[in-house]
Design a protein around this ligand. Structure first.
Ligand code: ZN
Length: 147
């Protein structure tokens, strides 16, 4: 059975593949290091069914929760300032951390996109459902807490 290094050499023999480190063409490279930048290279197996569906769904669901939490927070601030006897929601002391929490979840969701897209499908959807549910639980909390 050929070694990984032999497989890599055979793979690169007639393929114009760029180095992941520097972009230099590795065609004909017989080493496990890029001749241009010295980065180690190896041959691996990867699934071909990556889908962004869970990430797009999660972005919509968490954005929706933020879209509810932000006006709720503004309303709680306005209620505290202008109509303390008739306010709809608990004060900003509750609403502000909830809104910041959802914004933080959304920020992590977007900045960790590459990692989330590479996660195994079942785990990725479970994480999407979990974070989506948490974000909506946070956004709806002011509706169920007495002000
Ligand atoms: Zn390189």
């Amino acid at each position: 059975m050929p070694s990984d290094a032999e497989l890599l050499k055979a793979y690169l023999a007639d393929r114009d593949v760029p180095c992941p480190g520097c972009g230099y063409s590795l065609k004909g490279c017989a080493s496990t290091q890029c001749p241009e930048c010295g980065s180690g290279i190896e041959i691996t197996l990867r699934g071909n069914t990556t889908s962004a569906a869970h990430w797009i769904a999660g972005t919509i669901v968490i954005s929706g929760a933020f879209g509810l939490a932000l006006p709720t927070l503004l309303n709680s601030v306005a209620g505290m300032l202008f109509a303390p006897d008739y306010r709809l929601f608990p004060g900003p002391i509750l609403c502000a951390p909830l809104t910041v929490g959802i914004a933080a979840m959304l920020w992590v969701w977007i900045t960790r996109r590459v990692w989330l897209l590479r996660a195994p499908k079942v785990r990725a959807w479970m994480l999407t459902l979990l974070l989506g549910a948490i974000s909506w639980a946070l956004a709806l909390t002011p509706f169920f807490v007495k002000g």
